[in-house]
Design a protein around this ligand. Structure first.
Ligand SMILES: NC(=O)C1=CN([C@@H]2O[C@H](COP(=O)(O)OP(=O)(O)OC[C@H]3O[C@@H](n4cnc5c(N)ncnc54)[C@H](OP(=O)(O)O)[C@@H]3O)[C@@H](O)[C@H]2O)C=CC1
Ligand SMILES: O=C(O)CCC(=O)C(=O)O
Ligand SMILES: [Mg+2]
Length: 735
């Protein structure tokens, strides 16, 4: 078993590109931190790690690892927590299955993922895997609300070095398409509980009553929502939009939602889209597809793989494809469509990239084209619709002069849709869903039909109050235009306003804040930053996710450079690195040509904050100096353009770590507050400078050939270290 002691700073072990970067960066951080007596150690929240931790009984003693996510889940509820959290995979089923087979091939006897569990053992395995899939880590660690913004140095850099933006034209055919009703937005009901309660969710049909879930307990003051999306309405809408897109010659069809974070509802919606796209094939070959084990929720890629030997089915698929509009591609070189894999359908990343690109997506022919963006539910789609209409009318944003949109997101304790996974159901039969409290009160009730997606989400009182107070603090600290993105006509938002308005009144700051529905807030924010002014978007959890990619990608080209702080409600600190994900494409590039374009600026920003937090929490003056020197080093990386290039042969992630270490050491050597630290780092700085040419040449020589890291989801640490630390000269200095 792995060591279960907790280091002063936890630096999470994750997946994909950030994990590759850690192999190079973490040894540097550990060396520098040791000078302040600070230990920096790892806890494993990777997909592979979480799978291994779930099945100790299937593993040998040496193979077993501790359940680090559970350990961290406890740690974040204590004031001692100081966690640097890198982005991890929120796995779709295809990713989960791929990770399982990789582990099995490496000799770990973890069970297969049971598609249709029948035995008790299969049911147990399925339950364990269901707990691992989707957004299973972030809701556990995020025991505080979210504060994401660009650090001043990062924003200044973006203004001085504006990235390329695609041009928008007034006659762009790009548009957002959403359902005309009967979606989560229009069916929502919401209530605030005046006392603590336990609830059950039941479905009543002509054949009797089924308990969908019971024993859900809520503290007093919880806002409890319930809503559903009609499957019939969804299917009619999808069919219509496929036809409407086709009528607009050459325009791409695309679907955008969050199949990973909304891990129960959105994969079902995705499956409806796959089915709608191939409806004639499902009509003609339903039983045959079923016999092949096809599940539309797993995507077109899985379907094609299973059907590839059936000439009849494949011919019919071809026929349908020829009749369909061109589809927006995830990777046109590899033939990966928008509907291939659910985990590629991640609206927070896809819509901003399309908008940054002048509303153009990539088509199957590898050419850019205008795109119909299907976002079925209306809760948050207006944000993208309004953004697109704004740029059509006003032209693209100018990153050289644009102000910034910061975000304060209500996220703690699985707030809002974030926490809806255990209370989301695909309705098996027509009937009535009721949410009933232990005193018999029917809190919410909906008439539903078979196939409808019903879900309940909740938001607790303490996180709401914490979020409003955080907003008051940030508004005071910045003086920025501060907008609560709440729609008084939406059931859930109206309940939140019952909390927000009295707190603002009681603190005498009501005049400092505006309240706007998402569409109006989007327009106001775009107008504000276009003028060069700044604004704070105070939002719920889903908008937190969406906006902290949207605005950074427009303003800074990427959300990787964001400062992302989670002030834990019990007093600890969680420092996330950037606002983006784990960049699978970057791993592919490393494997093919040993170039890693991952930018660790998010890690640098989080590290500085973590040291400063530790300094305050533990009265460690050296840690403060280390943190201030990290900030100077981050500034150095920006000032001297040391961030990774995109192409092989250009300096990459490893080069940027060399420069970061060097500027960090130089800043420590130069400061006069702590003579011991200066004396310790002067020779390090000197060695790094003197060996610059040698180190850069060693790093450069490493690039070009394929790199073997011994696994994708579960790489071999020794091979990974060899690939990511190819400079013997640098390694000797770092030790
Ligand atoms: N906090 C978390 O734990 C999060 C986890 N995720 C997970 O990450 C995975 C991938 O998500 P996806 O939506 O594709 O989003 P990503 O943010 O991983 O990738 C989108 C694109 O953004 C660019 N990018 C992101 N981070 C960096 C960086 N540090 N340096 C340089 N470029 C960067 C890359 O562009 P290019 O390829 O053009 O260089 C990348 O392809 C999923 O499994 C998802 O669940 C997603 C968001 C947050
Ligand atoms: O938890 C997840 O799946 C994704 C989180 C995310 O995208 C974010 O926090 O920005
Ligand atoms: Mg996100």
């Amino acid at each position: 078993m792995t060591d279960s002691s907790t280091p002063d700073i936890v630096y999470t072990k994750v997946d994909e590109a950030p994990e590759l970067a850690s192999a190079s960066l973490l040894p540097i951080i550990q060396k520098f931190a040791a000078a302040a007596g600070v230990s920096v150690g790892r806890k494993d929240i990777s997909l592979a790690g979480r799978i291994l931790a779930a099945f100790p009984d299937h593993l040998t003693e040496e193979q077993r690892i501790a359940d680090d996510l559970a350990i961290l889940g406890d740690l974040v509820k204590t004031p001692e927590a100081n966690v640097i959290k890198l982005p991890n995979i929120s796995a779709s089923v295809p990713q989960l299955v791929a990770a399982i087979s990789e582990l099995q091939a490496q000799g770990y006897a973890v069970p297969d993922y049971p598609e249709s569990p029948s035995t008790d053992a299969e049911k147990a395995a399925r339950a364990a895997y269901d707990a691992i899939k989707g957004s299973a880590v972030n809701p556990v660690l995020r025991e505080g609300n979210s504060d994401r913004r660009a650090a001043a140095a990062v924003k200044n850099y973006a203004q001085n070095n504006p990235h390329r933006m695609g041009d928008w034209s007034a006659d762009s055919k790009t548009r957002v398409a959403s359902m005309s009703g009967n979606d989560f937005f229009s069916n929502e009901k919401s209530a605030t509980l005046d006392k603590a309660a336990t609830a059950k969710i039941v479905l009543e049909t002509t054949s009797g009553e089924t308990v969908l879930k019971e024993g859900i307990s809520y503290p007093a003051g919880t806002v409890v929502d319930a809503t559903f999306m009609s499957a019939k309405a969804l299917n009619a809408f999808l069919a219509e939009e496929i036809e409407a897109t086709k009528a607009d010659d050459g325009v791409l069809f695309s679907l955008h939602m969050k199949a990973t974070m909304m891990k129960v509802s959105d994969p079902i919606i995705f499956g409806h889209a796959v089915r709608a796209w191939l409806q004639p094939v499902f009509d003609a070959h339903g039983p045959a597809l079923k016999a092949l084990g096809v599940n539309p929720n797993s995507g077109l890629g899985d379907l094609l793989e299973r059907a590839k030997d059936s000439r009849e089915i494949m011919a019919d698929i071809e026929k349908v494809r020829a009749e369909r509009p061109p589809m927006y591609m995830v990777n046109s070189d590899r033939g990966i469509t928008n509907l291939h894999v659910p985990s590629d359908v991640i609206i927070d990343a896809s819509m901003p990239a399309l908008i940054r690109n002048g509303g153009k997506g990539w088509g199957p022919n590898g050419e850019e084209a205008d795109t119909v963006c299907v976002i079925p539910d209306n809760s948050y789609a207006p944000v993208y619709d309004e953004t697109i209409e704004f740029f059509k009318a006003n032209g693209k944003l100018n990153p050289a002069t644009a102000g910034t949109v910061q975000n304060l997101g209500l996220m703690a304790q699985k707030a809002e849709e974030y926490g809806s996974h255990p209370t989301t159901f695909e309705i098996p039969e027509d009937g009535t869903v009721r949410m009933i409290l232990d005193d018999g009160t029917v809190l919410h009730e909906h008439a539903v039909e078979a196939g409808d997606i019903w879900r309940s989400a909740s938001t607790r009182k303490a996180p709401i109050e914490d979020w409003v107070n955080l907003a008051i603090d940030r508004q005071k600290a910045t003086g920025f235009r501060s907008i609560f993105w709440l729609d008084e006509n939406r059931a859930h938002d109206a309940q939140l306003l019952n909390y927000v308005l009295p707190i603002l009144e009681a603190k005498g700051v009501a005049d400092k804040f505006e309240i706007m529905a998402p569409r109006e807030a989007t327009r106001a924010s775009l107008e504000t930053i276009t003028k060069g002014d700044n604004t704070i978007a105070i939002t719920g959890n889903v908008l937190r996710d969406y906006l902290t990619d949207l605005f950074p990608i427009l303003e800074l080209a990427t959300s990787a450079k964001m400062l992302s702080i989670v002030k834990l409600m019990q007093g600890g600190g969680l420092f996330e690195t950037g606002a983006g994900g784990s960049a699978p494409k970057h791993v592919q590039q490393l494997q093919e040509e040993n170039h890693l374009r991952w930018d660790s600026l998010g890690e640098f920003c989080a590290l500085g904050e973590s040291f400063k937090f530790l300094a305050d929490a533990r009265g460690n003056a050296k840690a403060r100096i280390l943190g201030e020197a990290v900030e100077a080093a981050t500034q150095g990386v920006l000032d001297h353009d040391r961030s990774p290039g995109r192409k092989v042969g250009q300096p990459d992630n490893r080069d940027s770590h060399y420069w970061f270490a060097r500027y960090w050491a130089e800043a420590l050597a130069a400061q006069s507050e702590d003579a011991d630290l200066a004396a310790e780092f002067a020779p390090v700085a000197q060695a790094l400078a003197e060996n610059e040419a040698q180190i850069l040449s060693e790093l450069d020589t490493a690039q070009g050939e394929p790199a073997d890291i011994g696994g994708y989801y579960h790489p071999d640490p020794a091979k990974l270290a060899q690939v990511m630390r190819p400079s013997a000269t640098l390694n000797a200095i770092i030790g």
